[in-house]
Structure formats: structure tokens, C-alpha cells
Design a protein around this ligand. Structure first.
Ligand SMILES: *[C@@H]1O[C@H](CO)[C@@H](O)[C@H](O)[C@H]1NC(C)=O
Ligand SMILES: *[C@@H]1O[C@H](CO)[C@@H](O)[C@H](O)[C@H]1NC(C)=O
Length: 822
């Protein structure tokens, strides 16, 4: 650098030297040096001494010095060499400003003799200043859409250098929008200005950076720059722009209020108020939308404001407007589609399309009871309804079409078991979780006459003593009917039958309302011992139903008959003489008195007693058989005509008795009486075949009766076996009961005359009430079984068994049976 400077200076010096010589030659009085400004201190301007013609010695001798007109000393003299040197930095711009020439006058004074020389030093400009802008940065505000061609003056730059070193021109960086124009004023001052080449758009480029360069004319040229910042001023030339033209969202119903449904967003390229967007519903937005949603004006958030019901509307479509705050305002719309998704918030509904009609209990399976439909406001699975009936009900639902069902019977109905049904119908939808509804349908069952009256017993057994006053209640039967109303109203009647060829209705009468049966006659055991009444209970249904029951009436004997003498009979008012030989020994059977008693059992149990006799020592009467036998052999002294008065007494209560007077004639002849007796036996042979027949019939009827009794008792036994013990008859043993010593079973048959009775005796002989009878008084104990046996041995054994089986054992008593029946 140092050598560089020195070279420069030496160049300058050579030039100056040539000039000085030249100048010196032209003007002898004045020396002019020309130097560039900004020389370093010590730089030699010129050799003043030499130029003034002074020797080196004279310089100091004559005291050469310089004086400046201006106060400041820019130069000094080197006294050794006589050179004028720069003593201080010289700034031409500072000294002379912009003026074209800049001269510093100097006075060179030498003494002895005092001489003064004028030296002028012309300071030449060097391009040491760059053009300079007062501000490094200028802000220019230009509204967008200003028409092209508009001019914007700029600040000029300054360059203190003069002449060609002064400001020469301006340059602008290349850009699309501006060009530079330089205006020249008269005083050669150049002023730059911007011309708008094409309209600005703030939205594409809000700021333009320009660089303005000022260039001077120096060589090399120097330059200065300034930044021009063009701020484009906004005008509201942009409408807000939605990010999407359509916002599609799905929202489930019942969304909590305050939930953000969607956020619409618009952008406005403008700035400031021109870009401030306020959101709102578009015009003509339905009121329901405004009720349900709210648009937040500043954010564009659409918020749920009220309960949304899918069932009210499945979708909402509306416009949202974005409007800026410019002047004039600009706006834009977007469309919002809100699809509402269903949630299962509606319980199904059961609709009775037709009210259930009362059902006849005999309705066939599949009869329609009611029409039912189901509804659910929800959609899809949430609205799919399934109707159910709890199992076990005799009804079912038959789907007809879509959600319609027929409620039909699924089983046979029985009003007597269930007079009405409350059918619970459950409707469940298929939502998750499912919702359900329950409805109870009441179905009344109407009665049909499907039950016949039912008697309280399968049969009735009634005992009545004979000779009761007519009009007495025999017994009461009762039946019940589980049906309803007239179907359950019962009338009793007696079915006609014959009792001993007479219609039974002449014997008894029934109260048709309550089943009480009355006798219309006093009954005679001797005529009628047992009869059956068929009672019918009939309801008032249509058609009526009825059932029958049999009442077995047993008539109980009373001792109302006096024993009647059969033999010897007093045909002609008096008994014929009984003849016996005088030769008879003791024990001779004279005759046999036989009496019968129409009563039965003990009432017919006849005993014979000799009351009076002509000679009581001669005859005796067997108490049981009535056989009259001689007590001793007849003697010669005995009267041939004897008279016996025999009393026959039954065993009833009260005792009935009669007497017979038997005349006896003692004869000397032969065995007439025996012949007579055997004759009678032969006669009776004839009758015996008849009797066999009767006997069989009698036995058969007895066995039938006994069998019936057994059945009745067995039925009663089964029926009462739970709890009741009043009549359950138990037998100690089975099979050969007739051999049971405890039971005095007798079957006695009368061989004399037509059979009237069979008597079966049970238990204690003395207990009349325990006898079960169809019996007659015995006449001959011996002949009884021998007579029967040959006719049918095996059958008889069977009959005995049946009879025996029908008999209760000792503990059985008639009273208890009477209480328990009827
Ligand atoms: C039936 O009615 C008659 C007459 O009203 C009455 O005497 C009788 O006791 C009744 N029978 C029953 C079992 O109630
Ligand atoms: C009842 O008896 C009558 C007469 O014997 C008969 O016609 C009717 O069928 C019987 N009814 C019933 C239910 O047995």
C-alpha cells in the first residue's frame, strides 16, 4: 500500500513539476501549484525555493516562510530542501464545497531583503465521495389497484464531489412493477421518480423491495444505494373463500348440546377489516336449523344448540355465510349437510288394531283373538320390532304382514280353569341396547256348556225304616256344575222306572231345585225291601247336559207282623185233630207247629212255647222247631183227647206273639200220622222243584245285592280312605270267611211251602241290627243244606263266598253305615 501511494504521488509530482515550470514561465510573479486533494502529510507540493531561484543556503539565511491567508496551515516548507509539503489533510469539498475551482493562496516571505511571493495551490477534486442518500430505507405506500403510470417521486442522492465526480445518474433494480424515471431540473439536479408499470396486488405480493442506486461520473464511478420498500395498501378486493364448498357431517341424534358439529373455515386474502370474517347462517335458513344449531361468528364453529331428534328429521341442509368487514363487505356461502344418525331412543309401541274379543272356551285352535301391530320410531335395526308372548300361554302371535300380527289361540281353552287371561305381550327392538315395551291384553273366556252336572257321590245308599209317615225326606242328592249361569243351573228329576210294576214316581218325589227326595207313601218292608232311584241332574245349557246317579234305598224292617201259624192250619175256623198212636213211646214226634213271621231277622225269629196243656207232663214243645213230642210213653190213663195251647213269639221289639190250640187225638190204630207225614213229604217233592228255582233266584238276587254292596262299600272306602275313618270297613281275613267262628253265618232255607226268605246273619245272634236280610224263619234245621246242595254244589259255594265277601266283620255296625250314607 505504501509503495502504491508513493508511486501515485511521484506521478503527481512529475506532472506538477512540468506544470510549475510551465506556469512559472507564463507568470513571473506568481507560482501556482496544482495538487489533488487528500494528499498524505509530507507530500511535496513543489520546490518553492528552486522555483523562486533561491539556493538551499539562502533558504535558511533569508528565513523563508509561508503565511496563509486563511487561518489554517495546510502546508509547510522544508527548509533543508526548500520544498513545500502538505502538512495537513486537504479536503477539497470541505474547503470549497461544490465550486468548480478550489485554490488555496499562499504567501512566501523571504527576508533580507524582505520579499513576498504569492503562491497559489489549486486543489484538484478527486472522486473521493460516493453518492449518498439521506435515508438508507424509504417506505412507499401504494394502494393496490392504483392505475399503471402513476408516478412516485423519490429522494435524491447527494455527491459532494464536483464536476464529473458529481452525481451522474440513478439506477433501479429490475422488477415487474416499477420503472425509474430521472427528472433533470434546470440547475442540473437530477431527481428520480418511480413509475408504476402495472397495477399492484397486495394479495400476491404485499411488499416490494426496490433498490435505488445513485452513480457519480467519476472514474471509477462510485455509487450509493437506498432501499425502497413499497408497501401495497389493501383494498377489499377479495371475498372470503371457504376451504370446502360443502361440509358433510354425520351427527347422532340426542347429541349433547354444546357439542361441536363441524367447523367451517373461510379465508379472506385481504387484510385488516377487509380480511376479518364473521360467520352466520345464510338467508332463508329454516327456523328449525337455527333452533338446533348455532354458528359461532368468529370461529365458524357450528355447535349443537338443542336436542336433535332423528325421528323429526333425518338430515339438515343449510348455508353458512362468511362475510368480511371491508367496505363494501364481501361474502361467500358454503353448504352444510348434516346427516342425523339414529340411536335407539324410542321404545317400541304395541298397537291393538282391534281390541280382543271375548273367546268361547270351545274356540278351535288358531282362532283370531285380536289384531296387534308394533311400531318403533327408530329406523334400521333400532326400529325392528319383535313381539313375544311368554311361553306357557295358550295364545301365540302369528305374523301377518310387516309389523302386524294376529293374536290367535294356540291351545284349547277351558273357562272353568282360566276364566280370563292377561296376555303379556313384549315388544323388543333390535337396537343395542334394545328397548322394550310390555302390554297386557285381557281376554275374557265365555262359558260353553261343556260340563255335565256332577253328583257329589257316584251313588247313594239310603236306609229307611218301614212305616215312616209319608212326606219324610228320604235323602238329598246334590250335583254341581262348574259352568256358568244357566249352564250351571241344575234341575233334578227322577227317571221313571218300575218298582213292583208301579211307577216309581208314585213312591217318591224330588225337589227339582235342591235334590231332596221325599217318600210319598209309608213303605212296607214286607212288600218292598230295596229299590233304586235313578236321579238325573240336568243343567239349563243349550244343549243341556245331564248325568245320572242311582240311589239305593234299603228299607229296614220293623217288628210289625205277628207270627202267623202255617201248620196246623185252622182252615175251617178250628184246627183239625192231630192223631197219634197210643203206643207211642217217649220222644215221639206228635206234630210240628210251624209259624212264619212276615218280618225278618230277629223280628221273624220265632220261638215256641207250650202255654197250656190238658196234661203238661205228656207233651213238650221244642222251643226252636215247634216240634211237639211226647215226654213219656202214653199210658192207658191218658185221655184220648188232649189239647195243647202253644204260643209263638217272635224275637222283635216289641215282641209279637200268637197262640194256636192244637187238639190231639190218641188212637189205638197204626202209623197214620207217619203216613200222613210222608204223604206230605211227597207232596212237597212236587213243590221242591219249584222251590229250587226260587231258591236260585233268591240266592242270585242276594248275591247281586251283596256284590252291589261290596262295590258301594269299596267305593266309599276308597273315597274316604284319606282322612275319614268312619266307614272304612276292614276285614281281618280273606277267603273262607264263612268258617270264621266269630261270625255266625247262617243260611237258612225253608223247605215247607214257598220260600220266602233267605236270612244271612252276621255277628252276634242277638244283635238284630246287624243282620243283613232276606230271610225267613227256620222250620227244620236239618233239611236246610241238604236241600240246597244237590242242586248246584259249586255255584252254591261261590254264592257263599260272595255273600261272605259282602259281609262286614264284627266291628261293622249298621248305625255307622246309616250315618255315613246319604
Ligand atoms: C230343599 O228345599 C226344601 C223346601 O224348601 C227344604 O225343605 C229342604 O230342606 C231343602 N233341601 C236341602 C238339602 O237343602
Ligand atoms: C241317564 O239315564 C237315561 C235313562 O236311562 C238315559 O237315557 C241317559 O242317557 C242317561 N244319561 C247319562 C248321562 O248316562
Amino acid at each position: 500500500m505504501k509503495s502504491g501511494t508513493r508511486k501515485k504521488i511521484s506521478g503527481w509530482l512529475a506532472l506538477l513539476f512540468f506544470h510549475s515550470v510551465l506556469l512559472w514561465n507564463i507568470s513571473d510573479a506568481q507560482i501556482t501549484y496544482t495538487i489533488p486533494e487528500e494528499l498524505n502529510e509530507g507530500s511535496v507540493v513543489g520546490n518553492v525555493a528552486k522555483d523562486l531561484g533561491l539556493s538551499v543556503a539562502e533558504i535558511s539565511d533569508r528565513k523563508l516562510r509561508i503565511a496563509s491567508e486563511a487561518g489554517k496551515q495546510y502546508f509547510a516548507v522544508d527548509l533543508g530542501k526548500g520544498e513545500l509539503v502538505v502538512s495537513e489533510r486537504i479536503d477539497r469539498e470541505n474547503l470549497c464545497g461544490q465550486s468548480a475551482s478550489c485554490v488555496i493562496p499562499l504567501e512566501v516571505i523571504i527576508e533580507t531583503p524582505l520579499q513576498m511571493y504569492r503562491v497559489e495551490i489549486e486543489i484538484q477534486d478527486i472522486n473521493d465521495n460516493s453518492p449518498d442518500f439521506p435515508k438508507k430505507e424509504n417506505v412507499l405506500k401504494i394502494g393496490e389497484h392504483v392505475a399503471s403510470g402513476a408516478r412516485f417521486p423519490l429522494e435524491s442522492a447527494e455527491d459532494p464531489d464536483a464536476g464529473s465526480n458529481a452525481l451522474h445518474t440513478y439506477l433501479l433494480n429490475v422488477n415487474d412493477f416499477f420503472v425509474l424515471n430521472i427528472k433533470s431540473h434546470e440547475d442540473n439536479i437530477k431527481v428520480p421518480e418511480l413509475i408504476l408499470k402495472k397495477a399492484l396486488d397486495r394479495e400476491t405480493q404485499p411488499i416490494h423491495h426496490l433498490t435505488l442506486t445513485a452513480v457519480d461520473g467519476g472514474k471509477p464511478a462510485r455509487s450509493g444505494t437506498t432501499e425502497i420498500i413499497v408497501q401495497v395498501l389493501d383494498i377489499n378486493d377479495n371475498a372470503p373463500q371457504f376451504e370446502q364448498p360443502l361440509y358433510k357431517i354425520a351427527l347422532s341424534e340426542n347429541t349433547v348440546t354444546g357439542t361441536l358439529a363441524v367447523e367451517v373455515k373461510a379465508k379472506d386474502l385481504d387484510e385488516g377489516p377487509n380480511g376479518e370474517i364473521l360467520y352466520s347462517f345464510g338467508d332463508h335458513t329454516p327456523e328449525i336449523v337455527q333452533k338446533l344449531f348455532e354458528v359461532k361468528p368468529h370461529t365458524g364453529e357450528i355447535v349443537v344448540k338443542d336436542m336433535i331428534d332423528y325421528e323429526q328429521s333425518k338430515a339438515y341442509k343449510f348455508d353458512v355465510r362468511a362475510r368480511d368487514n371491508g367496505n363494501p363487505q364481501m361474502e361467500e356461502h358454503c353448504r352444510v349437510h348434516v346427516e342425523i344418525t339414529d340411536i335407539n331412543d324410542n321404545a317400541p309401541e304395541i298397537v291393538l288394531t282391534s281390541l280382543p274379543s271375548p273367546m268361547l272356551e270351545n274356540a278351535s285352535i288358531g282362532t283370531v283373538v285380536a289384531l296387534i301391530s308394533a311400531k318403533d320410531l327408530d329406523s334400521g335395526d333400532n326400529g325392528k320390532v319383535n313381539l313375544q308372548i311368554p311361553p306357557g300361554s295358550p295364545f301365540k302371535l302369528k305374523p301377518s304382514f310387516s309389523n302386524h300380527y294376529d293374536l290367535i289361540t294356540d291351545a284349547l281353552l277351558d273357562r272353568e280353569m282360566f276364566p280370563e287371561y292377561n296376555i303379556d305381550i313384549l315388544a323388543i327392538d333390535s337396537g343395542s341396547p334394545p328397548l322394550s315395551t310390555k302390554t297386557s291384553v285381557k281376554v275374557n273366556i265365555l262359558d260353553v256348556n261343556d260340563n255335565p252336572p256332577l253328583f257329589s257321590q257316584s251313588s247313594y245308599v239310603e236306609y229307611i225304616t218301614e212305616n215312616e209317615a209319608p212326606g219324610k225326606i228320604l235323602c238329598s242328592v246334590s250335583a254341581s256344575d262348574p259352568d256358568l249361569g244357566d249352564n250351571a243351573k241344575i234341575s233334578y228329576s227322577i227317571l221313571d222306572s218300575k218298582v213292583q210294576d208301579v211307577s216309581i214316581s208314585s213312591y217318591i218325589y224330588i225337589n227339582s231345585d235342591n235334590g231332596s227326595i221325599y217318600s210319598m207313601h209309608s213303605l212296607d218292608y214286607e212288600k218292598l225291601k230295596v229299590f233304586q232311584i235313578q236321579v238325573q241332574a240336568r243343567d239349563h245349557g243349550s244343549p243341556p247336559l245331564s248325568s245320572n246317579v242311582t240311589v239305593h234305598v234299603f228299607i229296614l224292617d220293623q217288628n210289625d207282623n205277628v207270627p202267623a201259624v202255617i201248620y196246623p192250619s185252622a182252615d175251617m175256623g178250628s184246627v183239625p185233630h192231630q192223631k197219634m198212636p197210643r203206643s207211642a213211646k217217649a220222644g215221639h214226634l206228635v206234630t210240628k207247629v210251624t209259624a212264619v213271621d212276615a218280618d225278618s231277622g230277629h223280628n221273624a225269629w220265632i220261638s215256641y212255647k207250650l202255654v197250656e196243656a190238658t196234661d203238661a207232663s205228656l207233651f213238650s214243645v221244642n222251643l226252636y222247631t215247634g216240634e211237639v213230642r211226647t215226654r213219656r210213653a202214653v199210658s192207658e190213663q191218658d185221655d184220648s183227647s188232649q189239647r195243647l195251647l202253644i204260643e209263638m213269639k217272635d224275637n222283635g221289639e216289641p215282641v209279637q206273639s200268637t197262640t194256636v190250640e192244637v187238639p190231639i187225638l190218641l188212637e189205638d190204630g197204626v202209623h197214620e200220622a207217619i203216613l200222613d207225614f210222608s204223604q206230605k213229604s211227597r207232596d212237597s217233592d212236587n213243590k221242591s222243584s219249584k222251590m229250587t228255582f226260587y231258591l236260585i233266584i233268591a240266592l242270585a238276587s242276594v248275591s247281586a245285592l251283596s256284590f252291589l254292596t261290596v262295590v258301594l262299600l269299596a267305593v266309599r272306602c276308597i273315597r274316604h280312605s284319606r282322612g275319614s275313618s268312619c266307614c272304612c270297613i276292614r276285614r281281618g281275613e280273606a277267603g273262607d270267611g264263612y268258617k270264621n267262628p266269630n261270625r255266625n253265618l247262617q243260611l237258612q232255607l225253608n223247605t215247607d211251602g214257598p220260600i220266602k226268605y233267605i236270612e244271612v246273619l252276621g255277628g252276634d245272634m242277638m244283635s238284630q241290627s246287624q243282620s243283613f236280610r232276606s230271610c225267613f224263619s227256620p222250620m227244620s234245621e236239618i233239611s236246610d243244606f241238604t236241600f240246597v246242595k244237590p242242586s248246584s254244589t259249586t255255584d252254591f259255594q261261590e254264592i257263599i263266598n260272595v255273600l261272605d265277601a259282602s259281609l262286614p266283620d264284627n266291628s261293622w255296625s249298621f248305625e255307622s253305615q246309616q250315618v255315613s250314607t246319604c
